[in-house]
Design a binder for this molecule. Sequence first.
Ligand code: ASP
Length: 344
Amino acid sequence: MKFISSMSALALLAAAAMSPAILASDSETHPIAIAIHGGAGTISRANLTAEQDRAYRAKLKEAVDAGHQILASGGASMEAIIAAIQILEDSPFFNAGRGAVYTYDGIHELDASIMDGATREAGAVAGVTTVKSPIALAEKVMTNSVHVMLSGAGAEQFAAEQGLELVENSYFNTDQRRQQLERVKAAMEQANQQAMAQLDVDYKFGTVGAVAIDQQGNVAAGTSTGGMTAKRYGRVGDAPIIGAGTWADNESCAVSATGHGEYFIRYHVAADICNRMKYLGEDVQTAGDAVIFDTLLPAGGTGGVIIVDHEGNVHMPFNTEGMYRAKRVGDEAAVVSIYADEAQ
Ligand code: ASP
């Protein structure tokens, strides 16, 4: 905790006494839950071969099981979400880490953020090009710096100082994403204004994220992405913006988002869902559906979220054809889904 050094032990005790959120850990064991996503978008049965379908599901299961294992053995929700996200970052299937999309200029610029619902501490990075695991760097920003968000060259310097693994930008090159960039650029030239709407199939929103609640009742959320294909001019999406793509608060819920980031920023989606629960008393399903279907969709914002609330309820609404997703609640087995007609 970065504030410990600047606060006396007495002040910390006083703060803890005033804030029930900080005191989430007590002798009682809370029900655990974890949910993950690997992006939402035009993901339909027609777009995936049976082999791809199987491979995506296997990777999602591996990630959700890894996070669940940590929670089941008494580990922290923060640790669980990082473990799950890193498995997805290391896979070329998802638009985060290894499988990050290309910018217009043919490189990769990655964004990520993390938030701890017990302390409301958060860390975020934007536009990093050589950090193998952006979610690990976001965690370092949260725990080892006095800042919340670092970007570009400064973030890379901090990553090096923290001893994180650095890679050449070409580490993130994949044929599939390169072809995607070429298709998007060709279409952009043809149909400037309509390009975004028309190209949904190629943007595909493969961002990754995780939310969890641990045995102490603490929630955490994290999101990691390569952003949107053919993004330009140092564009930053919602994923590193606390409140837009990521939010966690022990008094309400934890959320990780995926979708067309500009809308998620303007509608402050992740925090809006949790604040509806907190101030309006809505349940996780009502709050999530209100924002994804009633607010975002009419505005033109496509995508989805995964939510775990402070009681361990999970909801994963999305307004696209599909969203790669998986959850494990309590002792239940993993439920892995891709398309809209499957279990939420
Ligand atoms: N939300 C991400 C962004 O706008 C994209 C995604 O979810 O795939 O950068």
